[in-house]
Ligand binder design. Structure first.
Ligand code: NAD
Ligand code: MN
Length: 361
């Protein structure tokens, strides 16, 4: 079997963590007997500086010819305020790829790890069993507002991003969520602000309609503010949480609190429902480019490493490698080989070595 990965380092710690991810992919591929064809290219700031665009047509083309895309991270203060005419996808290389590849189903799993519980602010026993899949809609909502900008309104400056979701966007996403809940513990909470906003009233209506097709999944609608509170109050009770683009962005970072560090969280953004077989996806750590620690070699590699496990599971149809990696990470945590964000002194490369040594045996 041959698999193509397009690897885009991006900015800040991106190229560094991308390297750990590629080493992981190569180690797993050797075990699986897969021939990997890896191509590297530029994204976002690195692309802007070299080519004057956040994502080139060539990169999009290469992504379309790949089985999966691995992204390091993008962004940094020197690019965050560059404005290009057009929508959100023109301002950001990652948003460009999400939009054009329609990777609408964002999986952001976050779980508690016993050896890291003392790193968290939770009192003993409260979050030990937390294992939550935050699902983030990746291609619509306020972040991809068609009507957006800044203007003068009644003599004062106004910024606006018109939030809109159509029923097809919500239903394809919700279906993905219910299918994934079936594979897990069979529980799904959809969060919204339908008490105050029209776009969320439609969201709730459509998700509730889709829920009728999944009577075996325990389903509940919850207001998003309360959901954030409950998630921290009793994280062990949640399984799958369905969120719009913006809420999913926030709740996924929030769920890093019981995982011990933002650097622990992987993600997959899939272009189709994975229930019926392998699908194209983009894989990346949930965190950003961490300019505060870039260039020091101390970034936590785990989010990217576990993203490779998700790639093997969802894009290559080899779910056993995701569990293999998760076990290797857990053992490494028990052994205490930890980057500074986890309270240790290892660098990212040493932690990666320790994890991969446990994969290859
Ligand atoms: P961030 O996620 O980059 O960092 C937040 C905090 O988490 C920082 O203290 C950072 O040091 C820490 N952190 C993140 N990843 C880590 C890792 N692997 N190991 C150890 N610590 C880690 O968020 P920010 O500082 O608000 O944003 C920085 C830039 O990243 C911005 O330009 C933003 O636009 C961009 N961003 C990109 C993505 C992405 O590439 N998907 C996501 C979020 C933010
Ligand atoms: Mn984010």
């Amino acid at each position: 079997m041959e698999k193509r990965i397009l690897a885009l380092g991006g900015d800040g710690i991106g190229p560094e963590i991308l390297g750990y991810g590629l080493r992981t992919a190569e180690a797993l591929a050797r075990q699986a007997g897969i021939k990997l064809i890896i191509e590297q290219d530029l994204l976002h700031g690195a692309s802007w500086d070299a080519l004057g665009t956040f994502c080139s047509d060539e990169v999009l083309q290469k992504a379309r010819q790949s089985d999966a895309v691995l992204v390091g991270a993008v962004g940094g203060p020197q690019w965050d305020n560059i404005r290009v005419s057009g929508g959100a996808e023109k301002q950001d290389g990652l948003m460009y790829l999400r939009h054009h590849l329609q990777t609408y189903l964002g999986l952001r799993p976050a779980r508690a790890w016993k050896p890291l519980m003392r790193q968290t602010p939770f009192r003993s026993g409260l979050a030990d069993t937390a294992d939550v899949l935050i699902l983030r809609e990746m291609c619509g909502g306020a972040m991809f507002a068609q009507e957006r900008g800044q203007r003068i309104r009644n003599g004062v400056r106004q910024g606006y991003d018109l939030t809109a979701y159509d029923e097809d966007e919500v239903s394809r996403f919700a279906r993905g969520g219910f299918e994934l809940a079936r594979e897990r513990r069979g529980r799904l909470v959809s969060c919204d602000k339908s008490n105050v906003m029209e776009s969320y009233k439609l969201w709730r209506t459509v998700v509730t309609e889709v829920a009728q097709d999944y009577p075996d999944v325990a389903f509940e609608n919850m207001f998003a503010d309360n959901c954030a509170y409950q998630l921290m109050q009793r994280p062990g009770d949640f399984d799958v949480v369905l969120c719009c683009n913006q809420m999913g962005d926030v709740l996924s970072d929030l769920s890093a609190v019981y995982a011990g560090s933002l650097g622990m969280l992987p993600s997959a953004s899939l272009s189709a429902n994975p229930a019926s077989g392998p699908v194209f996806g983009m894989y990346e750590s949930t965190a950003g480019s961490a300019p505060d620690i870039a260039g020091r070699g101390i970034a936590n590699p785990v989010g990217t490493i576990l993203s490779i496990g998700m790639m093997f599971k969802y894009s290559f149809g080899l779910p056993e490698f995701a569990s293999l990696l998760e076990n290797a990470v857990e053992e490494t945590l028990y052994y205490g080989i930890l980057t500074p964000d986890l309270g240790g002194e290892a660098n990212g490369s040493e932690m990666t070595d320790a994890i991969l040594a446990r994969v290859t045996g």
